[in-house]
Design a protein around this ligand. Structure first.
Ligand SMILES: Nc1nc2c(ncn2[C@@H]2O[C@H](COP(=O)(O)OP(=O)(O)OP(=O)(O)O)[C@@H](O)[C@H]2O)c(=O)[nH]1
Ligand SMILES: [Mg+2]
Length: 460
């Protein structure tokens, strides 16, 4: 009997109009009740009747994540015969993934491919031939999806996973051979060596996991905010990046009053760039509102570009901004470098987080912009993965698989520490190997039922 509650994205993983997250199992209604409110901001989902559909919001920490329609189907009136909730949300990958992650944090487990249909079958809702018919219908779509994912995974990600798997299988083979032939292969100092290897592999997988966040950002656009005091050259920068005169540039401090937004593709990264009103302690009511907005957007940004006017001394406005950008991903432009400097890079460095890159630019003479672009790229890609929007690990299932393999490798290290026998290492190494295999589609499934149902795509 399946007692846990499963969740998955039931629609294609692309930026489409609508995305559906399906949740099935005993806890599904409770889980969604926790994260859903109706238009009166009340948690009422568990009062809804079966087979009804409702308008409301998914909330996280009291903030609205998305506007949604939810369908409630109570057992046995659903496809799986279990309590089922479907959330229809907006189709962006970032939104769908965030909601799915939220559902999982609230107690559901990520479904295996075909698991909804498998439950329908195991609960007597459909027979195997019906299940196979469903499979036929979706398999054509699946083939495209499969080709698609193979294409996505070709290149650096695929190579990386294969490389990791090869390193793991080598160790498994070594242990197995040594256990088979102890006379010729010694395991005497092996645990120490293996431990070093584990450290290295754990480091590499951690790094790969950190790119999953970047991968998401790359598709959706990095929320980038240009801040600085009035007249620093913020709007000039926006115009250079946009390649046209999007924002008004004048020598009057306080020219930009409201925010100006622009989507810019920089190398392979989509930036959603927001030019803001120069931050200063303004008197003028309209400017004041603009400044408040600038502060709000800065707090929410993924990336901040702080434009410093190097032709005038740092002042209280700069100090306000420096406080605002604490703990944020940030790049500082030491702008107006064509003029005589009234501050030094060293002086600026002392005042901000030491990891922040400072780049000399002139947004008037268009210098230093390439260095700036490179800094953005470095910041997001860690120089590691050759990401373009086709190659990335945005897929939550891949992320889970990476985490699983990481857990198994940590377990190997623990076994070494506890002087466990060598065959313990093999077991966890094999789990790590299999988890990684899921990412590139080379998992070994022994169970026939699993085999059949694993042909389904996620959420079916
Ligand atoms: N010499 C020099 N002048 C610059 C540079 N960048 C911008 N300027 C000039 O500085 C003035 C202000 O530029 P903007 O781009 O409007 O500055 P801003 O930061 O958007 O200003 P606000 O919108 O008022 O906050 C304009 O006269 C620009 O021509 C630079 O690198 N060097
Ligand atoms: Mg401006």
């Amino acid at each position: 009997m399946n007692s846990d509650t499963i969740a998955a994205i039931a629609t294609a993983m692309s930026n489409s109009g609508i995305g559906i997250i399906r949740i099935s199992g005993k806890e599904s209604i409770n889980i969604v009740s926790n994260i859903y409110v109706d238009k009166n901001n009340t948690k009422v989902l568990n009062t809804y009747k079966t087979n009804t559909i409702h308008y409301g919001y998914i909330i996280e920490n009291e903030e609205i994540l998305d506007e949604v329609m939810v369908s409630v189907m109570k057992s046995p009136n659903s496809f799986t015969t279990e309590d089922t909730v479907e959330i229809n949300c907006h189709g962006g990958i970032l939104v769908i993934n965030s909601i799915l992650e939220l559902v999982i944090r609230n107690g559901a487990r990520l479904a295996q491919p075909g698991e909804f249909t498998k439950r329908a079958f195991l609960n007597g809702r459909i027979d195997l031939s019906e299940a196979e018919a469903v499979m036929d219908i979706i398999s054509s779509e699946n083939e495209i999806a499969l080709k698609n994912s193979v294409r996505q995974l070709k290149g650096s990600v695929y190579n990386k996973i294969t490389e990791l798997r090869n390193e793991i299988i080598y160790e498994i083979a070594f242990i197995e051979s040594a256990l088979d032939d102890p006379e010729h292969i010694s395991l005497d100092d092996y645990p120490e060596r293996l431990n070093l290897k584990m450290k290295d592999l754990i480091f590499k997988i951690d790094k790969l996991l950190s790119t999953t966040e970047n991968g998401k950002i790359i598709k959706e656009g990095v929320n980038t905010v240009i801040v600085g005091k009035p007249n620093a050259g913020k709007s000039s920068l926006l115009n250079i990046l946009a390649g046209e005169e999007k924002a008004i540039v004048t020598d009057i401090a306080g020219t930009t009053r409201d925010i100006i937004e622009e989507n810019i593709r920089l190398h392979d990264i989509n930036l959603h760039v927001i030019d803001t009103a120069g931050i200063r302690r303004a008197e003028d009511i309209i400017e004041k509102i603009g400044v408040e907005k600038a502060k709000k957007y800065t707090k929410e940004a993924d990336l901040i570009i702080y434009v410093v006017d190097s032709s005038v001394p740092l002042d209280e406005n700069d100090f306000d901004i420096i406080k605002l950008i604490e703990n944020k991903k940030c790049i500082i432009l030491f702008n107006k470098s064509d003029l005589e400097s009234k501050i030094s890079i060293g002086e600026l460095k002392e005042k901000v987080n030491e990891t922040i890159k400072i780049i000399k630019t002139s947004t008037k003479e268009n210098t230093g912009i390439e260095d700036f672009e490179k800094a953005v790229k470095d910041l997001f890609l860690n120089g590691e993965i050759n990401i373009n929007s086709d190659i990335m690990i945005t897929n939550l299932r891949h992320k889970e698989a990476l985490k699983e393999s990481l857990d198994s490798l940590v377990q190997v290290s623990k076994s070494i520490l506890n002087n466990m026998p060598e065959d313990f290492y093999s077991i966890d190494l094999m789990s790590a190997y299999k988890s990684l295999g899921k990412i590139i589609g080379e998992e070994v499934e022994e169970d026939l039922v699993n085999e059949i149902f694993s042909k389904f795509c996620m959420g079916k």
